[in-house]
Design a protein around this ligand. Sequence first.
Ligand SMILES: [Zn+2]
Length: 322
Amino acid sequence: MSSTSLTAPQDNQASLTSRAAFPRVRVCIDCRTLLGPKEACDGGPKHRVTSLETPAGRKALLTEVWGPPSVRRRAKQLAKAGGGGLGAGTLFEGCTGCGDCGTFALEGEFAVVLAVIALIAMAGVALYWIIAKIVEAIRAYQNRPRPNGGLTKPPSLRRRAGPSGVVVGQTHMLAPATGKSCVAWALDLRNDRFLGTDLMLHDAETTGFDVKLDDGTTLRVPGGRIRIEGPRERVDRSDAPPVDGFVQTITHQDDPEDEGLDPFPFDTVDEIVVRPGDRVRIFGEVEREVDPAAPGGYRAPNAILVPTGVPAIRVERQIEQK
Ligand SMILES: [Zn+2]
C-alpha cells in the first residue's frame, strides 16, 4: 500500500464476504457483536444471541433496534405524515396565480393601492406557506423513527493481561473502512444521534498471524473471530462503501411493513487495524501447542503458544503509517 487514502479499494467487499474468516450468522442483541454458528457472546450468558438466518431471529433484532411492530408502524406513519401540516396548501386552491385578480375596471391610484394590497397579501400567504412547510419538516424530523443501540458495550479484554510482542506475518486482507492492508481488524458501526447507546454493530476478524513474544516464543493467532482494543480511526459511512456493502449482505427484509428500517443503521465507523510490526499485548489464557513429532515435547524450541478460545489482543504501539 503506497497510499493512506481513506477510500477503500473496490475489492474490499469481496474480502469481507466471499473470503470472510468466519460466517456472520448470529448477533448478540445486547452488545451487537457478530458471531459465528452456534457461538455464544463473549459477554457471558446474560447476553442474548439471535440468529440472522431466520425471520424470527431477525425480527428479534429489529424489535430491539426499532421497537415492537406496533411502535414501528406508528413511527413510520408519523414520519410519513409529517405531523399533519397546517393545511396551507388549500389556500392557493382556486387561484391560478395568473394575475387576473386585478382586471376590474379600476383606474388611477385606487388600482395601484389595490395592487399593492394584493402583493402584500400574496407575500403574506407565501410567508405563511413557507413557515408551514418548515414546521412540517421539523415535525417529521421529530417524529422520525429512532434506532436503539446495544444495551451494553461489547466485552472488554478484562481477562488476565499476558505477554506482549510484535506482530509478524503477511497481510492477506484490507480493512473494510480505511482500506489499510492488515492481518486483523475490528469495526464499530455507530449511529451518531445517540450518546451512550449508539453502537449498532461490532465485528472483528483476522486471517491469522504470529506474534514474536519478547522472550522469543511465537504465539500463533488462528484465522477467525478476534477481540481487539487499540487506537481507532473514525470514517464516515459515505467514505466506507465496502462496509455498507458488507452490512447489506447480512440485512434481510422479511416484512414490507418494515421497509426502510435497517437492523444496523449507522453513520460512522470506528476501525482498529492490526498490522505486521505492531506491538501487541495478549490477554486471556494461552496454551503450548505440542508437536508430537518434535523431540523435547512442549519444551522443544519449535513449540508455539496458541490462545485458548477467542483471541484477545490490545494494540499498544502501531508502526509508522506509510
Ligand atoms: Zn454480547
